[in-house]
Design a protein around this ligand. Structure first.
Ligand code: BGC
Length: 941
């Protein structure tokens, strides 16, 4: 059948050119399936989910009203088979469906190492059939423990007194060049892999941060072209990483800054080589594994490396040719083997951390003789690459910081215990240019202070290398307001800087943990900004790993200290309202944004356990007991040091806050159950939600609608989580506005309530007030930080105040995304891009831009899982123009601000008669149209 289809297509084209048509050939469709992905990734090399999910988007050019009515997927074991239409793994056949993502592979069972090559074609609304897509591929990883014969190796000495990185190598001979070679590698620690003198892959700090006691990720690299017949060398650098090096909060929590997971970094690698064994002979498979025949030394150039403190590198100790065949390693030691490593090896499901861009400095100063400060112009994350000439033995120190002091030197107090200093000792001689960049550390910084240089540097001698999870960027935003656009950019950068295999709170001080409260509020924004599907798939496993048996989610995930805390008889850093809830909120958002039902399924039991933990400890349904460290609506304005606003009255009382979070999470669990078809549990948790609401209203809401504490935050959260009876909503909005007046037009909100208040103002028809808040530059506001030079979002409203200086050095990050969740409001209200829970994954969505705040134009886009949504608007004299793009195979409700549909044209004709557009109703100040896929230009006069 498949071969026939292909032939018919070719034949059909020939007949068409003669003016004839083969009856069996459907008309050609101009739609093109593209961006084929497997488990959210383009051509991944190691998938270990046995039923991978496939997705594509459709390019339909400017044609309107394009839908997909069917698809056909072919999966073959070789590219040749695929090209020949021989789908030996799976042929879905023509499948009537509008789905184009989360499509589960249903072919022959997949085995370890299996390569799959696939393509897809689709049928459109007119029955037209597209061409086949370009081919895509994925490979399976090592699915069973028994697939591994490699052994965990390392240096015999622990990484306690000696902190130098380990260098490992092994030489081997191949009789022929391989047909294919894949190396699977990982570490307890962090590694860099080399083959025949070249670096393999560009991963940074692989295998990334997980709870190594439970789960360690391995990476796969195709190294076919790097091997040769004859002698080869495989080698690696092994650093301490999160496994054995410093981890944020370790010192303060368990009084042990390093070696939290272990004190022996280990490396594991398995190089699998397939080669031709000659005519008529079966292919041969060879394996090179880490074992006791490998050689190791601690005497290499990396003298120390620590994620928080930095790297010390002595170039005089470089070993030329260490990663090539023929190097004399006879004075190195034999590798030491760790026999019983107890961790599950899983294929890394997320995009690796890598260098994603380079920044060049905008200024160079010399605040003190011989002390040079480079300004990268942007608070960034990664490290600096320095070019330098000098005598052998000269040591240069690079200290990284976010701010400079009044005297122009770097301000490092807020880094607490993180040194963020790299040291480089020159190889010499001074006639040779040397270049340094570190291997196993990263820093959060805008400024690099360099000391010990032999001579005055040039601006171009240093480059800032941005390092983060290499996520595909999904959102864009621009507007007529410099302030508003800069705010969006600051959020964008803060996200980039904190997505580092886990979503961190901050990238600079001795913390950098996957704080759950922060991502609970920021997850929506993060998904507008970036494609988070693979990233959250990885991190949600960390979240489940960290959950306690009694159902408490951790305050941060991974939770490296749980075991030690239990030993110390401490039960904290677990189970906090607003933090634990990320375990429920993030999977839910994965479903809303990507239609990812599998994430709901994988997280559902854990989410239920969380609810049951709270319920069982709080039988009257008010969350009064067991709130762990109980951070509340963190960093609300009660914590601000300033006289411009009240010092009390910002914080929503903690039991009120906690009960609201309990209600919200229960509501989401009920919704999850409904999506998963667990109707009984959906009803049960739905009823529990109702009961919590009732208890909340009885205990904390007065007859006149005042909520205990009478805070902006309290009203915002109660409205946002739909906790109030309809009769009290208007009062809540009024009190919330009253609260803003009491703060002279400022917010008094904290981490959890800030962006939610913005959304609730707009929902209540008071976007004018939300716009005022976003345009404010007096303190506290986002604008205040921007006027003071911020290029990322500050942790605190008053991180720095002119005349007063820096906030408490004990907690003052300038790169914290939580209050940057306001960008979700920018996408949802300024651009108007909103998902529709009745049609998850943007099958249908709502475009409802609300102009205001003096903006004359705004423009942006969101790369949804179904393709690119664009929204832009501008005012032009008395005319309002709204241009939108609705991706193929989606539709949208488009709101156009107008007093009646008759005032609206689309591409020059009355909108209600325009092709692809249907007028539905007037709603408030907007005419609402349903719009099919395509590009549209609405004009209101
Ligand atoms: C982190 C936060 C986190 C908080 C808990 C801080 O030290 O940086 O962002 O959510 O602790 O309150």
């Amino acid at each position: 059948m498949r071969t026939r289809v292909l032939q018919i297509t070719v034949l059909g084209a020939g007949l068409l050119s003669l003016g004839l048509r083969d009856q069996r050939t459907p008309p050609a469709s101009a739609v093109r399936p593209m961006t084929l992905r497997t488990e959210y990734l383009v051509d991944p090399l190691s998938i270990d989910t046995r039923i991978p999910r496939l997705s594509w988007i459709l390019d339909a050019g400017t044609t309107r009203g394009v839908t997909q009515t069917a698809y056909q997927i072919e999966v073959a074991s070789t590219p040749t088979n695929l090209a020949a239409g021989k789908a030996d793994l799976w042929d879905s056949g023509q499948t009537a469906s509008s789905h184009q993502n989360q499509i589960e592979y249903q072919g022959a069972p997949l085995t370890s190492r299996q390569q799959a090559f696939w393509k897809v074609r689709v049928w459109d609304q007119a029955g037209g059939r597209s061409d086949w897509s370009k081919p895509a591929t994925w490979s399976m990883g090592l699915l069973d423990k028994s697939d591994w014969s490699a052994q965990w190796i390392g240096d015999p000495l622990p990484s306690v007194d000696i902190v130098a990185a380990t260098t490992l190598r092994h030489q081997f001979t191949l009789v022929a060049r391989p047909l294919r070679a894949v190396v699977y590698a990982t570490a307890l620690g962090a590694y860099e892999l080399h083959l025949n003198g070249r670096r393999v892959g560009d991963h940074v700090l692989a295998p990334e941060f997980t709870d190594y006691r439970t789960r360690t990720q391995y990476q796969a690299y195709d190294v076919t072209s790097m091997l040769r017949a004859g002698d080869n060398a495989i080698a690696a650098l092994l650093g301490d990483g999160w496994y054995a090096g410093g981890i944020g909060l370790a010192q303060s929590l368990i009084h042990q800054p390093r070696n939290v997971y272990g004190d022996h970094p280990r490396f594991l690698a398995q190089l699998e080589i397939t080669r031709d064994a000659g005519p008529g002979t079966a292919r041969r498979n060879d394996r090179i594994i880490t074992d006791g025949t490998w050689r190791v030394t601690r005497d290499g150039p990396i003298r120390a490396s620590d994620i928080l403190n930095g790297e010390t590198y002595d170039a005089r100790k470089e070993m030329s040719g260490w990663d090539t065949a023929g190097f004399d390693d006879s004075h190195w030691a034999a590798a030491n083997i760790a026999p019983n490593v107890d961790t599950a090896l899983v294929a890394q499901p997320n995009e690796p951390v890598r260098v994603t861009q380079d920044l060049t400095p905008i200024a160079l100063t010399e605040p003190k003789p011989g002390v040079y400060v480079f300004d990268l112009g942007q608070n960034m994350v990664g490290w600096a690459r320095l070019s330098v000439r000098g005598a052998a033995g000269t040591t240069v120190a690079l200290t990284h910081a976010e701010m400079v002091d009044d005297n122009g030197t770097v301000y490092t107090d807020n880094l607490r215990g993180a040194e963020q200093t790299d040291r480089y000792t020159l190889r010499g001689p001074s006639t040779t240019l040397e270049t340094f960049e570190p291997h196993f550390t990263y820093h959060g910084f805008r400024y690099v202070q360099v000391m010990g240089l032999p001579s005055r540097p040039r601006l171009t001698d240093l480059v800032g290398r941005q390092v983060n999870s290499a996520l595909t960027e999904a959102g864009t935003f621009e507007s007529s307001s410099h302030l508003v656009t800069q705010l969006w950019q600051n959020v964008r950068w803060t996200e980039r800087d904190n997505m580092f295999g886990i979503p961190t709170d901050c990238p600079q001080r001795d913390e950098r943990l996957g704080w759950m409260g922060d991502i609970q509020v920021f997850s929506g924004t993060s998904m507008f900004n970036s494609d988070m599907g693979a990233f959250f798939t990885k991190w949600l496993a960390d979240v489940r790993d960290a959950q306690t048996p009694d159902g408490r989610y951790a305050d941060f995930s991974p939770q490296p200290f749980r075991q030690r805390l239990v030993e110390l008889k401490r039960a904290d850093f677990m189970g906090v309202p607003g933090w634990g809830d990320a375990g429920v909120v993030v999977p839910w958002r994965m479903w809303q944004q990507y239609g990812d039902v599998r994430q709901l399924r994988e997280n559902y039991e854990a989410a239920k356990r969380w609810i049951e933990f709270i319920r069982s400890n709080n039988p009257d349904l008010l969350w009064k007991n067991k709130r762990g460290n109980d951070y509340g609506d963190w960093l609300n304005t009660d914590t601000v040091n300033g006289s411009a606003i009240p010092h009390t009255g910002g914080e929503v009382p903690k039991p009120v806050f906690a009960t609201m979070m309990f209600a919200y999470a229960t509501d989401l669990v009920a919704r999850m159950a409904a999506v998963l078809g667990r109707d009984g549990e959906a009803r049960q948790y739905g009823a529990l939600f109702g009961d919590i609401k009732a208890a909340f209203n009885t205990a904390y809401v007065k007859d006149d609608g005042r909520i205990e504490g009478n805070t902006q935050a309290g009203y915002a959260l109660a409205l946002h989580f739909d906790l109030l009876p309809p009769s009290k909503r208007a009062a809540a909005v009024a009190y919330m506005l009253e609260g803003i007046d009491a703060y002279h037009g400022h917010m008094s909100t904290g981490f959890h309530s800030t962006y939610r208040m913005m959304l609730e103002l707009s929902r209540a028809g008071r976007s004018d007030v939300a716009y005022k808040l976003i345009n404010t530059t007096t303190f506290p506001s986002w604008g205040y930080s921007i006027e003071n030079g911020a290029t990322t979002i500050w942790e605190r409203w008053d991180g720095y105040v002119k005349g007063r200086g820096f906030q408490d050095k004990g907690m003052n990050s300038f790169n914290h995304y939580a209050i940057g969740a306001v960008a979700e409001w920018m996408y949802r209200v300024i651009l108007g891009i909103n998902n529709d829970d009745d049609h998850p994954g943007y099958e249908h969505f709502v475009l409802h831009p609300i102009p205001g705040g003096g903006l004359t134009w705004a423009k942006g886009s969101y790369e949804s899982i179904r393709g690119r949504i664009e929204s832009s608007w501008h005012t032009d004299g008395g005319t309002f123009v709204e241009d939108v793009t609705i991706p193929a195979n989606t539709s949208a409700a488009v709101y156009v601000p107008a007093s009646g549909a008759e005032h609206v044209t689309e591409s020059g004709v009355p909108a209600s008669r325009s092709n692809g557009v249907r007028f539905v109703r007037m709603e408030g100040d907007a005419a609402v149209f349903t719009v099919q896929s395509g590009k549209y230009s609405f004009v209101v006069r």
